[in-house]
Write a protein that binds this ligand. Structure first.
Ligand code: UD1
Length: 359
């Protein structure tokens, strides 16, 4: 039998993190072609991840870039379709819930190329979030659904999807396991940034619902200003643009909040592992906080990672300064910590399932 040919599509930061452990495994059994949509294109948002995580160079950059959601999905669809026509792979591999994920999955569906979706079955139950539409539609297109948790399996059953589903655990645990084995907990990296391990709050915000309106972003800045002790804030480009546009940058500076540019995976993991608390709206960071046993306050009405809340390690709050303050104060995390996200060998399970499917 000739070697399996897989086209992988990534485009945004969280997808690079998920591809990192899987790509080397996949390449043991398949020829992989990587397409980078270019949804994230700044050095700190893209190239830095490929370098730090030793991800193979993309074979093609599709240059989708910024734009409306429709434009990002549409440009991805057209560009991926062209590439699928030229290369006719056996399988298209996509990750997570971004506009790049959906655009690529639709292109494959139209070309009759089977789709494998890594991080399938995850639901936040809020259709107002663009990621939710991307998740649901991609899952209904996918032939192979690699889900990270038992809850994700149940979510798919509720939507009538039972074929092709494998609970393999979460690939982000693989990435984290390998990084920690190689680089430890990163305390030195953190100290070199001038913050004291164990003393600061790490925060990240980029969700449109939190950062696109002056009132909500202003309330978040007020909450950060009221936190006792240092606050470190790696700033997503969307959020930086909004802080400037709303004239909130001054308030941030006056409050002594430590702004840093977007950081790569290893620095983020080091900052998280050594934080006293994480305050975020990132799905991935909530889960990583749980994995490294750091309490997390999430500014959102719901989470796709309900296990983190049920075990007492994550608290959900609205973008309201007093509510955020009350959730942060004295929060030390949960008292149980089950392995809800697998054992850090999801990539092996995915490759085994792909091989079995191809036989
Ligand atoms: C996207 C994903 C989200 C994921 C997040 C991780 C969708 C719908 N959203 O959100 O699920 O959690 O990535 O970061 O796919 N920008 C730059 N430089 C870059 C990339 C973006 O300046 O390298 C700017 C864009 O011009 C835009 C903003 O950042 O103004 C947002 O980028 P975009 O890709 O639209 O979505 P994210 O908010 O990053």
């Amino acid at each position: 039998m000739s070697r399996l040919r897989v086209t992988t599509v990534v485009g945004a930061r969280p997808q690079f993190v998920k591809l990192a452990p899987l790509s080397p495994r996949l390449r043991e059994v398949a020829d992989e072609r990587i397409l980078h949509t270019g949804q994230h294109y700044d050095h700190e948002m893209s190239k830095l991840f490929f370098e730090e995580l030793a991800i193979p160079e993309p074979d093609l950059h599709l240059g989708v870039g910024s734009g409306s959601h429709g434009a990002q999905v549409g440009k991805t669809l057209v560009a991926v379709e062209d590439d699928l026509r030229a290369h006719r792979p056996d399988l298209l591999l996509v990750f997570g819930d971004t506009n790049s994920t959906l655009g690529a999955a639709v292109a494959a569906a139209k070309e009759g190329v089977p789709v494998a979706h890594v991080e399938a079955g995850v639901r936040g139950w809020n259709r107002a979030e663009p990621e939710e539409t991307n998740r649901v539609l991609t899952d209904h297109i996918a032939d192979l659904l690699f889900v990270p948790t038992e809850i994700a399996v149940a979510n798919l059953v509720r939507e009538g999807i039972t074929r092709g589903v494998s609970n393999v655990g979460d690939v982000m645990v693989d990435t984290l396991r390998v990084a920690r084995e190689t680089h430890g907990d990163g305390a030195e990296r953190v100290a070199s940034l001038g913050v004291e391990p164990g003393r600061y709050v790490l925060c990240t915000f980029h969700r449109p619902a939190n950062v696109d309106a002056p009132e909500t972003l202003g309330a978040i800045v007020d909450a950060l200003a009221a936190i006792d002790g240092p606050v470190v804030w790696p700033l997503h480009p969307r959020t930086r643009a909004r802080l400037d546009a709303f004239g909130l940058d001054r308030r941030v500076a006056d409050a002594g909040i430590r702004i840093v540019p977007p950081v790569g995976y290893l620095t983020m993991l080091a900052l998280l592992s050594n934080a006293r608390l994480a305050l975020t709206d990132s799905g991935g960071l909530q889960k990583e906080a749980y994995l490294v046993r750091v309490p997390c306050v999430t500014v959102s009405a719901q989470t796709a990672w309900v296990e983190t809340v049920d075990t007492g390690w994550n608290r959900l709050v609205p973008p309201d300064a007093a509510r955020i303050g009350a959730a942060v104060d004295g929060f030390a995390g949960g008292d149980r910590h089950p392995d809800c996200y697998g054992d850090g060998h999801a990539s092996d399970a995915i490759v085994a399932a792909v091989r079995a499917w191809a036989r």
